[in-house]
Design a binder for this molecule. Structure first.
Ligand SMILES: [Zn+2]
Length: 305
C-alpha cells in the first residue's frame, strides 16, 4: 500500500500518519528522559514531594508511550529513554521559579500576591510590568466549574475564570500562568495587540519561516534543549506553526485554526516570558525577530508611566 493510503493512527482524538507517529513516539521518549532527569534533580535537592510527583508523571508517560506505540504499530525503543549520569554536573538543575506541582489548582487567594511579589525582581519591560501589576490588582476572579481547562480569561465576562477541579499544567510557572491570563485582558482593554495589523502580520508570516526549520526548532524542546521546560515559549511555537511543530506544551491544532487565537496566545505568552525572564531571552531566529520587534513597539507606545 502506498503510504498515503495506509490507515492513520488514531490517538487521543488526533490522527497521525506514519511520519507523524514516529515523530510523536520520539517526542514522548524525549519527555520521558526529561522527566527522569527532573525526578533525579528533585531527589538530589531533597525535594521529596516534587520527586514523588515527578515519579507519578513518569509512570503515566510510560503508560502513554506503551499505548501510543501499540496504537501506531511501532516497536517500543526503551533503550532510547535510558538516562546515564556520569557525575553530578550531568544533572539538570531543578527548574527555578514557582513551579506548579502535580494536581495543583489555581489559588485565587494567593495568585495576585505571589505575582506582585515576583514583579519586584522581574527583568520585564517596565511599562509592561506596570500594566501587569495594575491588572493583578483589578481583575475579577470567578469560579466556573463548566470549563474544560483550569483557567482562562473570559472576554464576555471580562474576568479570569478558573475551574478548581482541573489542575494547572504541571511543571509550568504558576505566576507565569496568571501573568498570561492577565495579559489576555490587557491585550483586549489596553494594548489592542490582536487588533493590530502589524502584529497579526508578524505572527502569520513567521509560520512559513519556522516550518522551514522544524528540526532546529524541535531540538529546543528535546532533553537538555534550551527551552525544554519552557511552557510559554513552547505554546508560542505551537501557535506560530499552527500546531504543526510538536512541543511539550501547546494548545490543540483545532484551537489554532480559530481566527485570532494564534495572535492572542503569542501575545499573552510573550508577556509571561517578559515577566519571567525578560523579552531579551526570547530567540529571534526563524521569523520570531519581527514578532519580538512589534511586541516591543506595542508595549512601548502604550506606556502607562
Ligand atoms: Zn491563553
Amino acid at each position: 500500500m502506498k503510504p498515503e493510503n495506509r490507515p492513520k493512527t488514531q490517538f487521543d482524538g488526533r490522527e497521525y500518519d506514519d511520519y507523524q507517529a514516529a515523530q510523536m513516539q520520539r517526542r514522548i521518549e524525549a519527555t520521558i528522559r526529561r522527566q527522569k532527569r527532573l525526578k533525579t534533580a528533585y531527589e538530589a535537592a531533597g525535594l521529596t514531594d516534587q520527586a514523588t510527583a515527578a515519579n507519578i508523571r513518569l509512570r503515566r508517560l510510560n503508560e502513554k508511550y506503551h499505548q501510543f506505540s501499540k496504537a501506531a504499530g511501532l516497536p517500543e525503543q526503551r533503550e532510547r529513554m535510558r538516562v546515564v549520569y556520569v557525575d553530578d554536573s550531568n544533572l539538570a538543575p531543578a527548574p527555578q521559579g514557582n513551579i506548579v506541582t502535580e494536581g495543583e489548582t489555581f489559588n485565587p487567594e494567593s495568585a495576585a500576591v505571589s505575582l506582585i511579589k515576583r514583579l519586584e525582581d522581574s527583568p520585564g519591560m517596565e511599562d509592561n510590568m506596570a500594566v501587569l501589576r495594575y491588572y493583578a490588582n483589578h481583575t475579577d476572579l470567578v469560579v466556573d466549574k463548566t470549563m474544560a481547562g483550569p483557567i482562562a480569561y473570559n472576554r464576555s465576562l471580562d474576568a479570569i475564570c478558573y475551574n478548581p477541579d482541573v489542575p494547572l499544567p504541571y511543571g509550568a510557572d504558576r505566576d507565569g500562568i496568571f501573568a498570561h491570563e492577565l495579559a489576555h485582558r490587557a491585550d483586549k482593554l489596553w494594548y489592542g495587540a490582536t487588533q493590530d495589523l502589524a502584529w497579526s502580520t508578524a505572527v502569520q508570516e513567521a509560520e512559513s519561516v519556522i516550518l522551514e526549520n522544524v528540526d532546529a526548532v524541535e531540538s529546543w524542546f528535546e532533553t537538555g534543549g534550551k527551552y525544554a521546560d519552557n511552557a510559554f515559549f513552547s505554546d508560542i511555537i505551537g501557535a506560530v506553526s499552527k500546531g504543526k511543530i510538536n512541543t511539550p506544551y501547546s494548545h490543540s491544532s483545532e484551537y489554532w485554526r480559530r481566527a485570532g487565537n494564534c495572535e492572542r496566545e503569542v501575545f499573552a505568552n510573550l508577556v509571561a516570558l517578559d515577566f519571567l525572564f525578560g523579552i531579551d531571552t526570547v530567540p529571534v531566529e526563524f521569523g520570531l525577530d519581527t514578532i519580538c520587534k512589534v511586541f516591543r513597539e506595542i508595549i512601548g507606545r502604550s506606556g502607562l508611566l
